[in-house]
Each structure stands twice: as structure tokens, then as C-alpha cells.
Design a binder for this molecule. Structure first.
Ligand code: G3H
Length: 255
């Protein structure tokens, strides 16, 4: 039965990879929305993928969110390369310290036994404050490392849910709806076709940087994120997607 199921998942991965037209797809069995352990499994699958590809030259950028927190917790093997650095990809979000990119980056580095750098910039800063903070030598040092990230691991969110979590104003929420934003990743909001319609003002990785990063791993589970995953898969053909069975089936059926 196990072999049968494994073959089933392999087949599903092939189908989804073809459908989304991306480099690689990894699927964890189950449904994240019905079983909280599926999130742990997604985290472990992503962590072991990372453990296998990192080397001495890896500069790892990671975003925040519950999925990325599970990825950091999924790391079980300390790296033999102490040159590896982990940085948060973008400014932290919200009040939930546990899932902020800084916390996630520090936790991942602790488990990998490698170096890390934190970004001390709130994403609620206005344009002027943001510009002046970017002149700060400490922030500059970290943003320079962020510019040289060569492995990015990021969470994929629904535009509506992320706007809610970030407590965006009614005007912006309405605007996002009007502009047909369905997905959010590293502070950007995208339509189903992968077009940017809104960008959060914060420090860290820009979309231009994203396009240049050699290895990017997007992670998300649950059928309700299907459309968001479809959108984000349009951004980069070399992307690796790690998801669950429920999201995979929903994408194959509906999109
Ligand atoms: O940008 C998207 C979010 O990081 C997704 O957050 O993993 O908590 O759903 P989540």
C-alpha cells in the first residue's frame, strides 16, 4: 500500500510540475487544512530539501509566516559549512514575533549551526523614515547580504488573508480586490497571471533581486492556496514548489 501511495504522489508531482511549468515539485501527502501535522511534514520536506542542496557558498534568505516557521523547525542536520549565512528576506510583519522573518532566520541558523544577520526595520515605517533607515550602516550591511542571497525560501500567501493579517486599510483592501490580487509573496501582491499589482513598502529583497536568485523555493499547503500557488508559479520557471496533496489536486482540477 505504501509503495502504491508513493507512486501516486510521484505521479502527482510530475503532473503538477507539467501543469505549472516549473523546475521541480515536491508533494507531501494529506491536507494541511484538515490535519495540522501536514504543516510539520511540509516543513520537514522543505528542510531536508535545503539540507541536501546547501554548500559553503550558500547565502540563504527566508521570509516569515507559519509555513516558514515550520520549515525552520524542520531542520535537523547541522551544516558542516560554517560560512553559510541566513538572513530574513524582507522586513518583519505584524505583531506575531514567532513567525516574523527575523525569528525564522535566527531559528534556522541555530539549527544549521551557521551564521545569521537580522534586519531591524519595521514594515510600518513611512517612506521618509524608510529612506533614512536605509542609510544606517548596520541596516546597509544586512541589506547588502540580502542582495547576494543565492537561495531563497519563501511562503506563498493569499492576497486577502495577507492584507487582513497586515491590518491594511479598507482602501488598500478594496484596491487589491479591484486589481484582482490573488497572491502574496515577499511583500508583493500578484494577479493570477503573476502580474505585480501592489508592493509593501519595506526593506529587503526586491522583485528584481528575486528574478536573479539562482534557487528559489516556494512553499504553501492547503487547497485554499491553490490560486495563489498558480499565480506565484508564473514568476519564475526555475522555481521549486513544495506543497501538499490537497493543494496539488485542487490546482489540477480547477486551474
Ligand atoms: O507571504 C506569504 C506568507 O508568508 C504565508 O504565510 O505561511 O502563515 O500562510 P503562512
Amino acid at each position: 500500500e505504501y509503495i502504491y501511495r508513493l507512486r501516486g504522489i510521484k505521479h502527482l508531482e510530475e503532473q503538477l510540475k507539467k501543469k505549472l511549468d516549473i523546475h521541480e515539485v515536491k508533494i507531501v501527502s494529506g491536507n494541511f487544512e484538515e490535519d495540522e501535522y501536514v504543516l510539520t511534514d511540509i516543513g520537514k520536506a522543505t528542510a531536508s530539501y535545503i539540507e541536501n542542496i546547501i554548500d559553503d557558498s550558500s547565502i540563504i534568505g527566508i521570509t516569515g509566516g507559519t509555513t516558514m516557521a515550520a520549515v525552520a523547525k524542520g531542520i535537523t542536520r547541522a551544516s558542516k559549512n560554517n560560512n553559510i549565512v541566513v538572513v530574513p528576506a524582507r522586513g518583519g510583519i505584524g505583531k506575531d514575533v514567532e513567525n516574523q522573518s527575523n525569528t525564522v532566520a535566527a531559528e534556522m541558523a541555530r539549527r544549521l549551526k551557521c551564521q545569521y544577520q537580522l534586519l531591524h526595520a519595521s514594515d510600518t515605517l513611512g517612506q521618509q523614515a524608510l529612506e533614512s533607515i536605509l542609510q544606517d550602516p548596520e541596516i546597509k550591511k544586512v541589506t547588502n547580504i540580502i542582495k547576494s542571497v543565492n537561495l531563497l525560501i519563501f511562503g506563498i500567501g493569499r492576497a486577502d488573508k495577507m492584507a487582513q493579517r497586515r491590518e491594511m486599510s479598507v482602501e488598500i483592501v478594496e484596491k487589491l480586490k479591484e486589481l484582482k490580487a490573488v497572491a502574496e509573496a515577499f511583500g508583493y501582491y500578484f494577479t493570477r497571471e503573476g502580474k505585480i499589482v501592489y508592493e509593501m513598502k519595506t526593506v529587503g529583497i526586491s522583485f528584481k533581486d528575486f528574478e536573479k536568485i539562482s534557487t528559489v523555493i516556494g512553499v504553501a499547503g492547503g487547497a485554499n492556496k491553490a490560486e495563489a500557488i498558480v499565480s506565484i508559479s508564473k514568476l519564475k520557471k526555475s522555481m521549486i514548489l513544495i506543497t501538499d496533496e490537497a493543494a496539488a489536486l485542487e490546482i489540477l482540477e480547477k486551474y
